[in-house]
Each structure stands twice: as C-alpha cells, then as structure tokens.
Design a protein around this ligand. Sequence first.
Ligand SMILES: C[S@@+](CC[C@H](N)C(=O)[O-])C[C@H]1O[C@@H](n2cnc3c(N)ncnc32)[C@H](O)[C@@H]1O
Length: 231
Amino acid sequence: MMNWHERRTAARRRGVGKYDTAEARAYGGTQGLGWLTADEESAYLADLSRVVQFGPGTNVLDIGAGTGVMCSILRRLPGIELTALEPSAAMLAILQAKPELVNVRTINGFCDEPQDHDRFKAAQFDAIVSRQVVNGLFDPLLAFQHWHRWLKPAGVAVVIDGLYGRDGWAGRWEEEVDVLPLAASQSMATTPYLLEACGFHIEAVERMTTVNTLPTTRTPRYVVIARRTTR
Ligand SMILES: C[S@@+](CC[C@H](N)C(=O)[O-])C[C@H]1O[C@@H](n2cnc3c(N)ncnc32)[C@H](O)[C@@H]1O
C-alpha cells in the first residue's frame, strides 16, 4: 500500500488533467466562473482598486489563466501587457479564441514544478495575478518561490481565492481535496503565511466585498497583496 507521500506524488498533474475539452467548455460557459459580465468585471476592478494599482505599461503574468477571466478584467485598464500561463491546453484554447484577448501572450505550462524555475527569466514581471488557482496548486511553496523569482524587485503578487470547504470538491474532484495543500483552506491566513515564508511582504489581506455581493459568487472571495521585497 502506498504511503501518503507516494499517493500525493502519484496525484501530481491529476487535477489539471481533469480540465479536458468537456470540463473546459463547461467551466468557460459558466457565468461567474469562466466568463463574467461587464458588471462583474467592474466589481473585481472595484475591489482590486482599494488594494493595488496597475499603471500603464505594467507587465502582468496571469497564472492559471484558464479561459481568460483575469486577462479580460485587466485589459480594461489602459496599457497593461498581459502574459497568460495555463497548463490545460483545452482551457487555453478558449482564452485564445476570445477576440479581445488576441494581444495576450500565451504559454501552456505549470508554475509549481522544479523545472518551472527557469520558465521565465528572473525579475521579468511587474505583477503576477491568480484567480481561483492557489486552492488547486500541487506545490504552493515551490510556486510562490518561483513567483518571487519571476517578479521584479518591488513587484507584486495579487492572489484571489475563495474560502472553499471540503464539500466543494465533489464527484470526480473529491479525490483531490487531500492531495492539494490549499484545497479547503477556510482561513484567509494560510496563503499570506506561505507567501511571507517565500520572501514576500504582505500588504493586504481582504475580503472582496463588492465581488461577494454578486449573485454568482457562491463562496466568499478574498485577495492577498504580496510585495516582493527588494533584496
Ligand atoms: C478554477 S480554474 C481558474 C481559471 C482562471 N484563473 C479563472 O479565474 O477563471 C484553475 C486553473 O488553474 C490552473 N492550474 C492548476 N494547477 C496549476 C499549476 N500548478 N500551475 C499553473 N496553473 C495551474 C488550471 O489548469 C485551471 O485552469
């Protein structure tokens, strides 16, 4: 019988593998998940504007970009340069088919595997954003170390996630809840704690109060703003 370490290692990439064509289509077609109305996008921008600014020319990496929701939100700000990293080819294909995202540079890959260390040059991005991704990372600590490396000094990581419980992992996703470290983290403390351990300075940990009033938000969302310290 496999021990916990062996079981967990065997599950690497299993969750992302579930984002096949059918799952990507279902995700991409669900309002509030894979696409947002203009009002919903405005709600995200309103919550973000309280804690972070993206000026013209900001070079942003969207990690686990999926069907392109964060890219669609951020392209509404003037002069943002966007790169989308996404391991599921099916999710990425939906992003790439969106005419408004034609200028987004896209990369098919992970952020939390040892070989991802050199996926991007050190100090390449002004900002890294991720929405609804950290709960599904296989190796959050290695991911955050890579994010720290890829950010410019004083660059910022913007992590949006939900206070998900075990019950949200149902059906064929249920087996993932005990192999993904942040799968059911109902505390807003866990992600900033880990980011801090990877060298980030935490500037804000807040509920997304505007987003959380939207009818399509079933699980409360929060945002962490983590600055790369200049060392
Ligand atoms: C729930 S979806 C969120 C997609 C998008 N960020 C959004 O806001 O709709 C989670 C995404 O994270 C991606 N993902 C999971 N593990 C990842 C990893 N280790 N590195 C990068 N992306 C990952 C998945 O493929 C999936 O597209």
